[in-house]
Structure formats: C-alpha cells, structure tokens
Design a protein around this ligand. Sequence first.
Ligand SMILES: Nc1ncnc2c1ncn2[C@@H]1O[C@H](COP(=O)(O)OP(=O)(O)O)[C@@H](O)[C@H]1O
Ligand SMILES: [Mg+2]
Length: 273
Amino acid sequence: MIRLTGVSQTFNGRSGTVEALRNINLTVSEGEFVAVIGRSGCGKSTLLRLIAGLIMPSGGEVSVSDTPVTKPRRDIAMMFQRPALLPWRSVLDNVLLPAEMFGWRRGEHRERALQLLDMVGLSDFHKRQPHELSGGMQQRVALCRALMQQPKVLLMDEPFSALDALTREELSGELQRLHMEMGATTVFVTHSIEEAVLLADRVMVLSPRPGRVRRIVDVKIPRPRTLGHNAYLEEVARCSAELHELLLAPDAPPAAPPSTAPGQARHTTERVG
Ligand SMILES: Nc1ncnc2c1ncn2[C@@H]1O[C@H](COP(=O)(O)OP(=O)(O)O)[C@@H](O)[C@H]1O
Ligand SMILES: [Mg+2]
C-alpha cells in the first residue's frame, strides 16, 4: 500500500545543509496502522510530508497503491497537531472543504459530512464556528475533514499532542474505533510510547537526525485496546520497555575497542533481550 524505498531527504537552507532522513525503507500493508516515534527533529514530520506528496525526496522513492507519489492526492489525507480549521467557516463547511478542493458538488456530499460529524459525536455542532469548540472537538472536526476525501491512506502528525491527557485518551479511543470500522491505512507520528502501543500494529523507531530506521517493533495485542486494560498486559509492558530502550539508546553504539572481549561487545549492541 505504502512503500518507501531508500528514501532520503536533505534540506539546503540559508543556514546550511540539513540531512533529515537517511535510507528509509518501509512497507505498510493495506489497513495497517503504523506508528512512528523518535526524538524531536529526527525527521518524523518530513517523513509524513514525503508520503503526502508535499515534498519530493532527495533520494529514493515513495509510492502509494503502486503509484509513485509526486503531488498531493485525493487518496492520501493528512492531519496535523493543530486542527488548522478556517475560523470564518462553520464546522460543516470546514468538513466540506475537500469537496470544494476536489471540485465535487457540495450538495451531494453534505449528507456524508454530517454522518462523519455524527460518528465523532459532533452532529449538534455542525453550525458552530471553530472558536466555539474545545481543542479536542476541533481536532475531531479536522479528522472528519481528512476522512471526507475518503482517503486510502491517513497520515497523522502528532494529532493529539496539543490536547490534555484525558481528551487525548478519549480521542485515541475514537481513532481506534474508526480505524477498526473504516480500516484506512494509517501512519501516525507520536512521541508517546503509550499512544503508539495503544494504537499501532507496528511501531517504527527512528534514530536522532539524520533519521534512520532503528527498529520496527510488532505490537501483538488484540483489539479493542484501552489504556486501562493495557496497564495490566504483559505484552504491553514488554513492547513499551523495548521502545523506551530504543528511544534512549545512544545514537551509534561505540565501536568496540580491539581489546574488548566479544561478550562485552555484544552487550552494547543487543540492548533488548
Ligand atoms: N523545509 C525545511 N528546510 C530546512 N530544514 C528543514 C525543513 N523541514 C525540516 N527541516 C529540518 O529537518 C529536521 C527534521 O525535521 P522534522 O521532520 O520537522 O522533525 P520532527 O517532526 O521529527 O521533529 C530538523 O532538523 C528540521 O529543522
Ligand atoms: Mg514534527
């Protein structure tokens, strides 16, 4: 579904060259939910912008549904940390934005927009302006807007980071439900291990800049998952511990000096057992 082959990204800015991503290989199958975690500045947003067709890679190739991504597409939707709603438009008109962008007839899509709002519990708010809504509600509207274009691929860049803990938990629960119902292939960037383990089938851990794939961790926990239940599951503890180790591991394990015994050298690279 999504395929990244040897993807690299280098930015040439005024203050010099920044290598953001190096040789990223990743295949995400249809309906899969992949979380991406890594420290700030390791290229997570860049990775999503590449898949979204907002920027072209300096090297390698990105394809979605076996077609190279060369520009933003209807079948790929993106959602950001801030809802980025148009403040002068009603909730419904914000959700209908993609219909206008893609030149669809508004009347034909109004019903679907209302259904989406209903799905996230906002049908009573469709005439409101964004500023009348809480942060969590605004982010729900942004999610509806992304789903409006009926994407095959949903890209989410730390969509819950600006919300309070309880709202985050609520929204991640809703996202899980929507994902189970609609099954859009999802790439979800987060810096929260808890969120990654709650939502993802696999978690890709990036190393600090330049972002490289440090490891891809499988999360084999049956759904539906909840943070409450998760707290008691051994597999959650195991996954979370592995992700913690990977995030905290020093960037490149120091090359073993010649005098180091093989046993010791192995210890520095195999941090997780
Ligand atoms: N358009 C750009 N021009 C120059 N440098 C950029 C640009 N976009 C991102 N970068 C740099 O690339 C690196 C990765 O950025 P980003 O993908 O936003 O990281 P993350 O989302 O993981 O915090 C950072 O050092 C950032 O400053
Ligand atoms: Mg980012």
